[in-house]
Write a protein that binds this ligand. Sequence first.
Ligand SMILES: Nc1ncnc2c1ncn2[C@@H]1O[C@H](COP(=O)(O)OP(=O)(O)OP(=O)(O)O)[C@@H](O)[C@H]1O
Ligand SMILES: [Mg+2]
Length: 357
Amino acid sequence: MGLFSRSSNKLLGIDISSSAVKLVELSRASVRGQWLYKVEAFATASIPEGIVESKRINEPGVVGDVIRDVVTRSGTSAKRAATALSGSSIISRVIQLPAGLSESEMEAMVALEADQYIPQHIDEVRYDFDIIGVNASNAESVDVLLAASRGDIVDDLMNALEVGGLVPEVVDAEPYSVEHCCQLLMQDDESVDMDANLVIADIGARTMDVHVLRHGNMVQTREYAIGGNQLTADIRKAYGLGYDEAERQKIQGSATVGYEEMVIQPFIKRLAQELRGALQIYQAKDEGASIGQIMLVGGSANLQGIAALVGHELALPVKAWDPFAKMQFAKKVNIDRLRAQAPALTVACGLALRGYI
Ligand SMILES: Nc1ncnc2c1ncn2[C@@H]1O[C@H](COP(=O)(O)OP(=O)(O)OP(=O)(O)O)[C@@H](O)[C@H]1O
Ligand SMILES: [Mg+2]
């Protein structure tokens, strides 16, 4: 058996985003009492416009075909998958229930609660719960995390995975998969101060998800309608370019006169304004709480100079974070390609870690 034995818990992390399907497969081994992770496979493929909108799958068959393609290109033979619903399609609440209920009593009470949050018949709502522990102020109650979503949204996701030849085992919420990723990986990363309040800004194609972690636990998550597509649109407008050329200039940088002042800086200011708003909401709830660090993930974290520019706007330490920084890589993995895409694979990486929690 090799160093990284193929755990029966292993799950493929499949992130279906607005612009792409992303796959990550990890194995792990215990070395001197510490878990070491290894990237066994990864791949991404873009999804045509309009197929996933507002993080809802409109055409599960088309997404399924993209999943099948990603699985083939990754070279994985694994079939069991973990995937995620966006934070905005899941309602999660911490509810209090009497301690000492039997499992069936608890299920019945959770069903009643779930029914209150989603405006559909209870048979059409998918929900799950997790007992967190005894309530801090009432020892006769337990805190229970309840997550509920519309059934048709979950069914479309499952269908897409099945068309793609995978077996859906876990449906997580996107913010939780980021939380898992950070909890398991940041503690060994000396560039991250886990004792401070950490902000993770996932800047994707269409949205920026801003999560606040306190001692590694997520205490706030919000979604903002700004992402890399906006910057591409700004470049097109400023210089009258087609999509492909604007996207190329964005990724490679541009020497065009006024590019920094006319395009990059206004975009960064808008991003920083949304981030500032998210921080103010958090600090209003938790008075006096200071923010230690902002970590950027998502494909747009690759934008040249973005961390320094956002850091300058907010007067806070900002870094781009690579979830694979401390990992090993299987021989078949193209490390340069993985490094180039790493920040965009954070959700898929958190989902691949789901099997090890
Ligand atoms: N090197 C780069 N420089 C600048 N932007 C980049 C770079 N690489 C990727 N991007 C941008 O990152 C975005 C895609 O990021 P990501 O894959 O995280 O988005 P997504 O998860 O599909 O979107 P969303 O989370 O909004 O649904 C695109 O706008 C793309 O242009
Ligand atoms: Mg994303």
